[in-house]
Each structure stands twice: as structure tokens, then as C-alpha cells.
Design a binder for this molecule. Structure first.
Ligand SMILES: [Mn+2]
Length: 230
């Protein structure tokens, strides 16, 4: 009814007038539907071709095909425990090695987080997760700070898990943090099996990002900062 006058209202047909009154009385209709916190990013370079869709308010559904099976397993764990919905279809020069594919998926996923978070109004901003997986114990802590940086101290007893070079996990998290604009700490406290330690790291990062990206209705219109900008 914004901008209309009583005269306009009286000139409306009966049925429309009733609908307008109903809408005004129903609390749900007073607020515009929240815009979905989703993003789609496509990125093509000479090394990789990536299509990614992210929903921050998902249920943990992952559709992941990067051509790097262990990395798929990690992204599925990240998504499931972060309660995002994530669809990643990537092809890359894995005949060289998995480096470009893993790093570039991190770049694109980070861009998708930044896009889906939009102006960051109402978000919790901080999140952390201490995650146990058998003998492995890993901490991930997140600040959606606008300053993308990774602080990574993860001890892995062996460098290869199957055919996956575990040093690429750090490259992934660097790219994710830098492009999402988040400060991300990942630190292992114990662990003997590199598969367990990395899987705990991805799950912990997912859960920490899940908490940090939640909207708190008490501050729904506010930026969670005293500085006025994030
Ligand atoms: Mn596993």
C-alpha cells in the first residue's frame, strides 16, 4: 500500500480489496521474502573448468565431481557437516597433477561464499569447531572478517593419502580463505592417520563456517562489527 491513497484503495474491486486487507493483517506478508543466500560461480582457465553452486542454508547435500576422488570425499564431508548444499563440477589438468584443480576449486568456493554472504548483515561472524575423528583431533576457527587469511598448523605423518598429495589441502584452504574473505585457523592437536586428520580438518572447517555464516535474528539488519564495515 506504500504510496497509494485511501481513494485508490476504495476504487479497487472488492476481491482485490479483501486480499490487500488480508495481506496487511498477516504478519508473514509484511516482510519481503528473505533473499536466498546462494551463489553460482563459473570459472574457466587454461588449467581448469569449474562450475559451482552453493547454498549457505542447505541441508548438507553434496554433488561433487572434481576428478580427484579423495578431494571429492573431503568436499562431501565439509558440505555434510557444514549443512551447506554444494554442487561442484570441475575438470582440470589432473594429468599434470591435482594441484590446479584443488586450488581452483578453493578459489571458486571462496568466491561463492563471499557472494552468498552478500553484505554480511545479521551473520554470527565467528565460529569454531573442535572435531574428533578417532585418534585425530583438529580445531578450526573462523572469523568472517573481510581479511582473507589462513593460519594452518596441521601435522600429517605421511604426505600421500592414496594418490592424493596432502600438501594440497593447505593450498585449498589458502584459496578458500583468501577468496571468501575469512580468517581461518586450522590446527591439529593429535592424530596418527593422515586420512583421519585431513577429514577432521575439512569437517571442522565446515562446522565452523556453518556457525559463522548463520543469521542471528536478534541482529538481522546489523553488521556484526563495531567498525561499521566488514
Ligand atoms: Mn574418510
Amino acid at each position: 500500500m506504500k504510496g497509494s491513497t485511501i481513494k485508490d484503495f476504495e476504487n479497487l474491486p472488492d476481491q482485490v480489496r479483501e486480499e490487500v486487507v488480508d495481506a496487511a493483517e498477516s504478519p508473514a506478508s509484511r516482510t519481503a521474502p528473505e533473499s536466498p543466500r546462494t551463489a553460482e560461480v563459473v570459472r574457466t582457465t587454461k588449467e581448469t573448468d569449474i562450475k559451482l553452486a552453493l547454498n549457505l542454508d542447505g541441508t548438507g547435500q553434496a554433488k561433487v565431481a572434481t576428478g580427484v576422488p579423495f578431494f571429492d570425499h573431503m568436499l562431501e564431508a565439509f558440505t555434510r557437516h557444514g549443512l551447506f548444499d554444494l554442487d561442484v563440477q570441475a575438470t582440470g589438468d589432473i594429468d599434470v597433477d591435482a594441484h590446479h584443480t584443488v586450488e581452483d576449486v578453493g578459489i571458486v568456493l571462496g568466491q561463492a561464499f563471499a557472494q552468498a554472504l552478500s553484505d554480511k548483515r545479521g551473520i554470527v561472524r565467528f565460529g569454531n569447531s573442535f572435531l574428533a575423528m578417532d585418534e585425530a583431533l583438529v580445531l578450526a576457527a573462523v572469523d568472517i572478517s573481510g581479511r582473507g587469511q589462513l593460519h594452518y598448523a596441521v601435522d600429517l605423518p605421511i604426505e600421500m593419502v592414496g594418490s592424493f598429495d596432502t600438501t594440497l589441502a593447505k593450498e585449498f584452504f589458502i584459496a578458500l580463505a583468501a577468496n571468501a574473505g575469512v580468517t581461518l585457523h586450522i590446527r591439529s592437536f593429535s592424530g596418527e592417520n593422515s586420512h583421519h586428520i585431513l577429514e577432521a580438518a575439512f569437517k571442522a572447517a565446515g562446522r565452523a563456517l556453518c556457525d559463522a555464516t548463520r543469521v542471528n535474528p536478534r541482529i538481522a539488519e546489523e553488521l556484526p562489527t563495531t567498525k561499521g564495515a566488514l
